[in-house]
Design a protein around this ligand. Sequence first.
Ligand SMILES: Nc1ncnc2c1ncn2[C@@H]1O[C@H](COP(=O)(O)OP(=O)(O)OP(=O)(O)O)[C@@H](O)[C@H]1O
Ligand SMILES: [Mg+2]
Length: 427
Amino acid sequence: MKCFYYFKDKYKSRGQRSAPVLKEQEKSQFSEADRITRSACSTASSRGIPELYEERAHNLRVFSFTELRRATSDFNRLFKIGEGGFGSVYKGSIQPLDGKGDSILVAIKKLNKDGLQGHKQWLTEVQFLGVVEHPNLVKLIGYCAVDGERGIQRLLVYEYMPNKSLEHHLFHRAYDPLTWRTRLEILLGAAQGLVYLHDESEVQVIYRDFKCSNVLLDENFKPKLSDFGLAREGPIAGNTHVSTAVVGTFGYAAPDYVETGHLTTKSDVWSFGVVLYEVLTGRRSLERNRPKMEQKLLEWVKHYPADSKKFSLIMDPRLEGLYSHNTARKVAKLADICLSKSAKERPTMSQVVERLKEIIQASNEEHVSETSLEVSESDPPNPVEKPDQSGPSELYKRRMAHLAKLGEHVESDSRRRFMILQKAKVF
Ligand SMILES: Nc1ncnc2c1ncn2[C@@H]1O[C@H](COP(=O)(O)OP(=O)(O)OP(=O)(O)O)[C@@H](O)[C@H]1O
Ligand SMILES: [Mg+2]
């Protein structure tokens, strides 16, 4: 899904040399346009991204275009791993800085020469990712910027994330569906990334582009937020919002922000609520190929409230019923408050994290009590649980059939337990 821009990108980068050093004009762009209202909500720092960037820029590697060409076999399409509004993304390998040891796998994003998101987003991304650091944010290793005879080149070099994005696993049939537990863990990790940006980093950052395709997954399916091209500093002390041009992705932007251009951290909370429903349903926030009533996810789910009997009808069929209904309802209720019309009524991201932790904890306890039930059923049955001689009760049969179905999908130890149950002909 592409980003939308109500105002054109006016940034021009003529004559810029390789390091993205801020020019005075760009600094004032930050300080006067968006930072009219920069925040002290997070910490007491009086410094903004430009100052922090200047201090930390040395942590980023500056690559030559030749180096990145070599890393991707001249941007060979066989190495292409994705395409977004900014340009194409390639898998590549680079040498460690000291030239010693194994080469490092990276993802290299190359700006389309006439890319819509353009140079301003490239610069914003370098500056924000050059400053922030958290396990749930993708690491920017370096960049390349050359204004040569053959035109302008802008590239970004990130740590490589081998498991694609949340979008791939939710919406593309070619990728394995995520289990319920993994979905919850991904939501929690992504929310923690947002808490860091909103409350814990030296400068408050509003991410402005939270969506499934920007949640990348590492080798253990741990989520990391990517794409900081639309990020903005939060409002300064005494102000409630940042006034900006409205940019974002259709289907994810908060309605109050779209209407007024007033950006707050609660705009990210709305987008998080949209993603919660996408994770529950396996549907995109906007699907034009569905019947009219079902095209807008948030409209459609309103017909299936979390407390109603029909709630489970919206759940992602690719979960094959392997989820806790109780937990799913709690997640839907959390989504509903994130999607409150009034931004003030939405929770903060740290409240969302707390709630998600409680939900996951309760879900684990539910799982533990189910497991102990299974174990006691493989033990000699006690008189109350034991099916009578004339045959097992309906409830008992149903429960066992359910366990057997679960066994088709679980690995190793748990599968063995289900096999044992079957061997013992307990149903
Ligand atoms: N660090 C990375 N490691 C591995 N793959 C990546 C990395 N960054 C991006 N990709 C891949 O490239 C794809 C495109 O990413 P990109 O951010 O350019 O576009 P998008 O998020 O799909 O759209 P948009 O431009 O609206 O953000 C991602 O979905 C992902 O599969
Ligand atoms: Mg992206």
